[in-house]
Ligand binder design. Sequence first.
Ligand code: SAM
Length: 434
Amino acid sequence: MPSPFLTPGSSTKANELALLHLRRDQTIPTILRTYDDENLGYDEGKVTNTRFGSFPHSTIIDHPWGSQIAASKVDTGSRGRRAAPPKRKAEELDASGTTTGGDEEMPSLKTPVAAASGFLHVLYPTPESWTMSLPHRTQVVYTPDYSYILHRLRARPGNTVIEAGAGSGSFTHAAVRAVFNGYPEEGPATKRRRLGKVCSFEFHEQRVGKVQDEINQHGLDGLVEVTHRDVYEHGFLLGDPQTGKSPKANAIFLDLPAPWLALKHLVRKPPSGAESPLDPSSPVYLCSFSPCLEQAERTIRIMRQLSWLSISMVEVSHRRLDVKRERVGLDTEGVRGATLHPKSVEEAVAKLRSDEERAKLGRSGLLQSGDASASKKDSSAQMSTTPSYALGRLTHRSEPDLKTHTSYLVFAVLPRDWTEEDEQRCRQKWPSNR
Ligand code: SAM
């Protein structure tokens, strides 16, 4: 099944994730279903209830992404009376972590509700929108951090990323999009088309189960491999911790409480004699994400001992700026120093234009204008050439309650090993380098 995160196609499909966008700050992720055990006797599929009305999935499936969907005209009260829902089990929870018909502010289906006349927009999921709407099981990495991290990790199509821990899968979705280079079923990986992959490790059993379910539901099987593992103890091989397969990673992201404990496994030649999890043919880029400076310092100390180079630390201080054009400088009389509403500005501009017309007539001698002063005429001429959207002064303010510190990001690079064989190959290829 293609993933709606990677290749959404043009329209919604049954059994795929869709985002039900209610308003700017409210989106419900849901798997679109053509059936719903709870609404026996109705042929409308699963129903998502929101404060803007009820949305049977039969009215959402097979619509172009971005479509506006009107709320059902069916009285949800009578729907509820005819087929009262049984008590939900935990495993029946929706992708959003809410129950079918999820918006918790809505009364349950048992409560009669008049049919609403609201609407929503159905959107395909992206890692950014998933991060904003996913069910949080842990702290997550947000878009400003992961976009910078993936850039510094040189994550690109065909790369393999190791991630620990998986947590709520926020970083996982962004990473898999960055390295996506086609689906496994499109043919085996070759030298020219290396499949991109995320190898995700997590030691909390329930979180592993949840992330794995989401990976399946989101069509990311084969692109994300989730392993239940304590990486401090058992490292990063796939399958058996000692004899398993190397993921051959080019990039590593550690979001762990004690990342320095995992570093001993991220070496070219592990002392245990096990295979290295790193790609032998390329440098490896690493990022460690720690909320406090002491953790970052401890990680850096171990990195130095293990030959990591170009170690640097960054704090992403993301601020959202509220940019506004203040209509200072005009009032309806064209007097500087007043603040205007947009409508008043339009009126002021119209007036200034007519003043200028009158001034022109005055200059041609057709109109004796005694009231307009010379300076006013000058400013009128200037204002009349300025479009209304560019009038006034541009100001900005940062959102006061925005959390700016998330974590310290420690970056480092481990160069590839240069062997005698590499040297020989190089000499054969470029003999003049001798
Ligand atoms: N990056 C994740 C995201 O964006 O959703 C959030 C990761 S969360 C902050 C840290 C995770 O690391 C937790 O889920 C925790 O269970 C896991 N963890 C902690 N120690 C671990 C270990 N030794 N091995 C594997 N996972 C571990």
